[in-house]
Write a protein that binds this ligand. Structure first.
Ligand SMILES: Nc1ncnc2c1ncn2[C@@H]1O[C@H](COP(=O)(O)OP(=O)(O)O)[C@@H](O)[C@H]1O
Ligand SMILES: [Mg+2]
Length: 404
């Protein structure tokens, strides 16, 4: 056992994860209750049997919009033609008893819709529904979702990520930012604030009707947030690269991660203050881009590149199976870094993760998960893929929205 493995082993003697999960009117589940072990949890069933929905529910125990990143209202159970049990609730909820290093907590979260009125005068008034997610820790309502990150953390791999290295930059950027805010709980808030300012800035320029000083002050705020965002991304990428260098893997390919963004790159050579000044000027210069519907450069456009280190091959030119293995390498490094840095194990949510992996890699992954002593929720249509874990993992078979 290497030095690092020993350290990891020390940390994971204490258990973290979900002990009991209760879903109410959540997607296809009217109500579902699962008692779970801190171990690999294998969920099998045909297409559409509700596997991903369970992982999505667990992801709602962490900050954000869950592993599908969808509208909160879409999750509420709707009636299907096959069942005549019309949902009466206007909400959905997820409740869980969790362990964080052997200490017990409860987490509850639910959709809360409220009606709001818009418009200045009565004639113009329109009511619209405003959806948000309320969160309780030990029955106490919390105002900042980021607070959840102190008790529980989850890392997920979904089938959509099979194309992570191929498609547009947006999913890659979200993936990157999720890696960051597992370590830096403020990162999500900074991103949300940046996005809010960006929209305001954009609308003001489009309207052509603004106070120049006001626009300047928005640009200054965007630049200062933007530099903080870029710095946090750099720190996380450096942390992962260092970790991977120190811990070469025998089966999963070593990756090299690189940020591809003007602001991030500039921070290689220049001080944060200098880059911030540049950013302010550059935003002012790009006001015309908004008018001509051209893209605006900055942290909103950052991308990241992944290389198969030994081959020196960019991930987008690797085979489908290699790309999956590279993704898993990143996830495993992130998981281990997180255990060592935060002092408690994240939950892994691995949706159809064995797709595209050869038998050797599949079993190696299961073995690594087993050795990490954490809770991993793994879905598959093929129960026989998990023979390695018989006797150690918890197996759930889904059919007709029920668990066997
Ligand atoms: N809001 C909803 N209400 C009721 N059923 C839903 C809702 N959203 C999705 N579903 C259904 O849940 C079923 C299970 O989905 P999913 O968990 O993704 O299946 P899989 O087992 O293939 O991962 C699907 O048939 C889907 O149509
Ligand atoms: Mg699925």
């Amino acid at each position: 056992m290497g030095n690092l493995d020993l350290q990891l082993h020390e940390f994971t003697k204490l258990k973290s994860g979900v002990k009991r999960l209760t879903l109410t009117d959540f997607r296809n589940y009217k109500s579902l209750r699962l008692n779970t072990d801190i171990a690999p949890i294998i969920i099998t069933g045909e297409n559409g049997s509700g596997k991903t929905n369970i992982l999505e529910a667990v992801s709602f125990l962490t900050p954000g919009r869950g592993l599908r990143g969808c509208r909160l209202a879409d999750i509420k159970r709707i009636r299907t033609l096959e069942d005549d049990d019309t949902p009466t609730s206007t909400s959905w909820s997820v409740a869980a008893d969790i362990l964080k290093n052997d200490e017990e907590y409860t987490i509850g979260t639910a959709l809360q819709s409220s009606e709001r009125e818009d418009g200045e005068s009565d004639d113009e008034a329109r009511t619209y529904t405003y959806d948000r997610r309320i969160v309780k820790i030990n029955q106490q309502k919390i105002t900042q979702q980021a607070e959840l990150g102190k008790y529980i953390s989850a890392i997920w791999v979904t089938p959509q990520m099979d194309r992570l290295f191929l498609g547009g930059t947006q999913p890659r950027r979200s993936f990157l930012d999720r890696l960051v805010y597992a370590f830096d709980l403020e990162h999500a808030k900074r991103l949300a604030n940046f996005e809010h300012l960006y929209r305001q800035w954009y609308m003001l320029i489009k309207s052509g009707n603004y106070d120049a000083r006001w626009l300047k002050s928005i640009e200054a705020d965007m630049a200062s947030l933007g530099v903080a965002i870029a710095a946090a991304r750099r720190e996380q990428i450096a942390r992962l690269n260092t970790f991977i260098e120190q811990e070469p893997d025998d089966i999963f390919p070593d990756v090299r991660l690189e940020l591809d963004g003007t602001i991030e790159k500039m921070l290689d050579a220049k001080s944060a203050l200098h880059v911030e000044d540049y950013y302010v000027e550059n935003l002012a210069k790009q006001r015309n881009n908004v008018l001509y519907n051209d893209s605006v450069d900055g942290v909103n456009r950052t991308d990241f590149k992944v290389y198969f280190q030994k081959k020196g091959m960019p991930a987008d030119l690797c085979s489908t199976g290699e790309q999956k293995a590279l993704l898993i390498s990143i996830i495993l490094a992130q998981t281990k870094c997180q255990i060592l840095n935060k002092g408690f194990a994240p939950i892994l949510l691995l949706d159809e993760v064995t797709t595209h992996l050869d038998d050797k890699k599949r079993d190696a992954l299961l073995d690594k998960i087993r050795n990490l002593n954490l809770q991993a929720w793994i879905t598959s249509t093929e129960p026989q893929n998990f023979n390695l874990l018989r006797g150690e993992a918890q197996f759930f078979e889904l059919a007709d929205g029920r668990v066997f």
